[in-house]
Design a protein around this ligand. Structure first.
Ligand SMILES: [Zn+2]
Ligand SMILES: [Zn+2]
Length: 145
């Protein structure tokens, strides 16, 4: 429980899946990796949860294992992108687009910038990391994508 964290609420487009989460901070990260872009039709903008969110309508939450260590969760009724999480539960990222209230949130970092296509750029001042830098930073247990 960090001082800068707070409680957030979110939901999918159709409302079948709702969640409440304690986020680590107000910082939004963007992932430009090919998998995130294929999954959400753009960079995945997300906020890190301090612990797994409380999910209502979990029977409508589908989980797709996209790598040896990552899983993607989405509404099986409307297809909304909701969470990316590590399979071991150590990291849980909630889609910024699913949040009810964006007040106070700010985009502070971008990852997998080496996989970003040329057709867009964010103007935000952010810390940028390549995929290799991300894997180095999270090298415990994350040895491939
Ligand atoms: Zn839905
Ligand atoms: Zn990604």
């Amino acid at each position: 429980m960090t001082a800068s964290g707070s409680e957030v609420k979110g939901k999918c487009l159709c409302g079948a899946v709702k969640f409440e989460a304690h986020v680590k901070s107000q910082d939004i990260g963007a992932c430009h990796c090919e998998m995130c872009r294929r999954w959400s039709s753009g960079p995945f903008l997300c906020v890190e949860c301090a612990e797994p969110p409380q999910i209502e309508g979990v029977e409508d939450l589908s989980v797709y294992q996209s790598s040896d260590w990552g899983e993607r969760c989405f509404c099986s009724k409307c297809g909304s992108t909701l969470f990316w999480r590590t399979r071991d539960g150590s990291h849980f990222m909630a889609s910024a687009g699913a949040l009810e209230n964006s007040e106070g949130l700010r985009m502070t970092h971008e990852i997998f910038v080496d996989e970003k296509p040329d057709y867009y750029d964010f103007a935000n001042e952010t810390k940028k990391m390549t995929g290799a830098e991300v894997f180095a930073a999270f090298s415990s247990g994350a040895d491939n994508n």
